[in-house]
Design a protein around this ligand. Structure first.
Ligand SMILES: NC(=O)c1ccc[n+]([C@@H]2O[C@H](COP(=O)([O-])OP(=O)(O)OC[C@H]3O[C@@H](n4cnc5c(N)ncnc54)[C@H](O)[C@@H]3O)[C@@H](O)[C@H]2O)c1
Length: 260
């Protein structure tokens, strides 16, 4: 379905990003994986993806907290494989803290990785997509791009910002065969939520399963952590011909979180 296309997936050596890279490769796309692991380690992960799916894969290392590295990511991906006509901005970080004591450096890092890096990657990727008359951008926002929770000031600002930015880029590219959409996951079973699970488990006498149950009970009606594969498959759908008419959308994949 995605044969002949090249996907750049940021933060794709683990978690949701890895699931997106795997789903893209299963659908036939060549994949440029990205992460902060050393090159040899990343290249081994990319080689595994290529071998398992019969596609080409490469790895690019870039610290997206550094604007200069984020700015060069699409060029590095192009040099490693080909100019990406699919871009999934997935890399993200989280830090929870009440507003009065939220450290500025945490704010700056979250805005840089979760928002500015996506802006810079879209800026660099869109011209080639326009030339080709085809492109798919899938930005991994969050339910926190749509609704709020306490103690997530920077993450909320970045994810609401990403949803707004994606709508704007969708309008700017709508006549060029390009779609730009966000996926807004709820609680998904990856590393990023482990500190929040541990904090809740501590409130439940150290019982991790009880901590997870409490987090879900509070927000996510299906009472189940989403497997990352749920997000990967939706990302592939948004790249498919069936989704060619969907652009500027922020699609919750959240077990009912935002229906409440
Ligand atoms: N897991 C959830 O419940 C959930 C819910 C909603 C949205 N999300 C979003 O999904 C995306 C993926 O997160 P995940 O759940 O797979 O967690 P994760 O922690 O497993 O993955 C985060 C990825 O971002 C990359 N990354 C972090 N800092 C980076 C930096 N400075 N430079 C480059 N890459 C960096 C990491 O290497 C990693 O691959 C994030 O944008 C996150 O905000 C996750």
């Amino acid at each position: 379905m995605l044969n002949g296309h090249t996907a750049l997936v940021t933060g794709s050596t683990q978690g949701i990003g890895l699931a997106i890279a795997q789903a893209m490769a299963r659908a036939g796309a060549d994949v440029v994986m990205h992460g902060i692991e050393p090159v040899a380690q990343g290249e081994a992960i990319a080689a595994e993806l290529a071998a398992a799916n019969g596609v080409r894969a490469a790895y690019v290392r870039a610290n997206l907290a550094e604007a200069g590295e984020a700015e060069g990511l699409v060029a590095a991906a192009t040099a490693a494989l080909r100019h990406p006509d699919i871009l999934a901005n997935n890399a993200g970080i989280q830090y929870t803290c009440p507003i009065e004591s939220f450290p500025l450096e945490r704010w700056n890092a979250i805005i840089a990785v979760n928002l500015t890096a996506a802006f810079l990657a879209m800026k660099a990727a869109v011209p080639g997509m326009r030339e080709r008359g085809w492109g798919r951008i899938v930005n991994i926002a969050s339910v926190h791009g749509l609704v709020a929770s306490i103690h997530k000031g920077a993450y909320l600002a970045a994810k609401h910002g990403l949803v707004g930015l994606s709508k704007g880029v969708a309008l700017e590219t709508a006549t060029h065969g390009i779609t730009v959409n966000c996926i807004c996951p709820g609680w998904t079973d990856t590393a990023i939520i482990q500190p929040q699970i541990e904090a809740r488990a501590a409130q439940c006498g150290g019982d991790r399963s009880a901590g997870i149950r409490e987090l879900l009970r509070e927000k996510q009606p299906n009472l189940t952590l989403l497997p990352p594969e749920r997000i990967g498959d939706v990302a592939v759908f948004l790249c498919s011909e069936a989704a060619a008419g969907i652009t500027g959308v922020a699609l919750p994949v959240d077990g009912g979180w935002t229906a409440q």
